[in-house]
Structures are given as C-alpha cells and as structure tokens.
Design a protein around this ligand. Structure first.
Ligand code: NAI
Length: 257
C-alpha cells in the first residue's frame, strides 16, 4: 500500500478529508444542499451555508460542527454573488470549495410554459451557477487551487415537462466542462453531479402514483437521499480527487433518462 493511498484511506475513515478547508454551498438551507453542508463539515471543512432563505441557512450553519456561517444569497443576482464571495474570502482568507447546488423547478409542458417559468429557472439554475463560478474562479485562480462541484440533474438529458429545467441543467454541464478546461492550469477542478430522484421537498410534491412509477425505474430500487449525493461531493471536493476534472457523474441508483 503506498503512503499516499494509505493517508487517503485514513482520511476517509477518520472523517477529516477536508480539515482546514473553507467551503461554500448554495441552497444549503434544506434538502441536498443541507446534506452536502453536513457532510463537508463532518469531514472537517468550515462551511458557509448560502441560501435565499436566511433563517434556514443560519439554522443549518449553526448546527454544524465546526460551526458554519449562514448567509442570505440569491444566486440569480450577480452583484450578490460577487459580494458574498468577496466577504467570505475576506473573512477566512481563502475559499477552497464551491458547491453550486441552489436550484428550483417550475414544471410545465412546453406549449403551456410561461415566459416567467422559463426565465426564473434559467436565472437560478444556470445564471446562478455562472455568477458564483465566475466570482469564485477569480479567487481560486489566484490561489492556484480549488474545487468546484456543480449540481446538475439527470433531467439534463431531456425530460417531459421540464424544458426550462433540462435546458438549464444541460447548460450547467457545458459550463462545468468549459470551466474545467479554463481553470485546469490553475489546478482548480470543476465537475458536475447529476442526481437522479432524491427525497427532498422538491420531489415530495409529486403525486404518489408518479413517484412509485419513477422509483420502479431505479435499478437500485429506492429513491436517493441527500447523503448519497453529499458523499460524492465530499470526494470531489477533497485533495484525493485532484486528478478528476470535467466529469459528469450520475448519482441516481443506476437510473438514467
Ligand atoms: P430543495 O427545493 O429541497 O432545496 C433547494 C434549496 O435552494 C432551498 O433551500 C432554497 O431556498 C434554495 N434556493 C432556491 N432558490 C435560490 C436562490 N435563488 N438562491 C439561493 N438559494 C436558493 O431542492 P433539492 O431537491 O435539495 O435540490 C437541490 C439541487 O439538486 C437543485 O439544483 C436541484 O435542481 C438538484 N436536483 C434535485 C433532484 C431531486 O430529485 N431532488 C434531482 C436532480 C437534481
């Protein structure tokens, strides 16, 4: 067993994969983002929980160990993204990990989709990832290191009722791959994760019959939990994943559209 492999294994087992790192997770107030924030803190990172819902962000941050920082952030506004990233950098002197997780859906069949439904989803799910990645990349380029993990979706392949969401999530894949190429020379990695059907508020509104149909299509036979996504984020955010970039990783129990 090589020394590097053994130290990686020890870090994985002891839960200090990310000790000394400062991470920022958008949409960390609940659901997958909360799960990611909890896992990164469990691995030793100081986690800034950013969410449009300030109360949720603060509640999650204060329950973490080490204690995180809860901030209000609407990722669809470029100036807010710039300001939050700058203030986190000033406060901690570094920003090692950015997880772009905040997202919304406004499903409708294409012929009935309103302009608002289209623009809202593109603004949060795609422009938000761009604004945050741009802001963080300036700091990470200067530092010569960094990890960016973008939460796309299995729906990026195309899904009925989700023209806006699929377009945004496919955009996240293209943005991630481009950013991975541009930032590679600065040793900043950028990867996208495509969760399948995960048990959160976003999916709890789906009628029972449709949920059951969806679960029946998952080879591993169950919906995913936020912790299933968080485990993959933690690995990609770690030093151990330094040679993995530009990847698009499904976390869907074997389900692909
Ligand atoms: P959720 O609806 O439970 O949580 C989303 C969080 O993002 C909330 O705390 C919300 O306040 C926050 N948020 C919404 N708009 C925001 C904005 N403009 N700025 C900052 N924060 C904002 O959703 P869930 O299920 O946890 O989804 C998280 C991510 O995972 C999203 O990007 C979603 O598209 C993606 N995803 C979810 C899947 C699922 O099955 N739940 C499947 C595939 C992808």
């Amino acid at each position: 067993m090589t020394l590097a492999f053994r130290s990686g294994l020890v870090a994985l087992l002891s839960g200090d994969l990310l000790t000394g790192k400062v991470a920022m997770v958008t949409g960390a107030g609940r659901g997958i983002g909360e799960g990611i924030a909890r896992k990164l803190a469990q691995e030793g990172a100081i986690v800034v929980c950013a969410d449009v819902n300030q109360t949720d962000a603060s509640n999650v941050a204060s329950s973490l160990s080490p204690t995180g920082l809860g901030v209000r952030l609407d990722v669809s506004t470029a100036s807010e993204c710039d300001a939050v990233v700058t203030s986190v950098h000033e406060r901690y002197g570094r920003l090692d990990i950015l997880v772009n997780n905040a997202g919304i859906n406004r499903d409708a069949m294409l012929h009935k989709m309103t302009d608002d439904q289209w623009h809202q989803v593109i603004a949060v799910d795609l422009s938000g990832v761009f604004f945050m990645t741009r802001a963080a990349s300036r700091i990470m380029r200067a530092a010569g290191s960094g990890r960016i993990v973008n939460i796309s979706s299995a729906s990026w392949m195309g899904n009925i009722g989700q023209a806006n969401y699929s377009a945004a999530k496919a955009g996240v894949v293209g943005l991630s791959r481009t950013a991975s190429k541009e930032l590679a020379r600065s040793q900043v990695t950028v990867n996208a994760i495509c969760p399948g059907f995960i048990d959160t508020v976003m999916t709890r509104g789906i009628p029972d019959a449709i949920r059951e149909q969806q679960v029946a299509k998952i080879p591993l036979g169950r919906m995913g939990q936020p912790s299933d996504v968080a485990a993959v984020v933690a690995f990609l955010a770690s030093d151990e994943a330094g040679y993995v970039t530009g990847e698009v990783i499904n976390v869907g129990g074997g389900y692909v559209l």
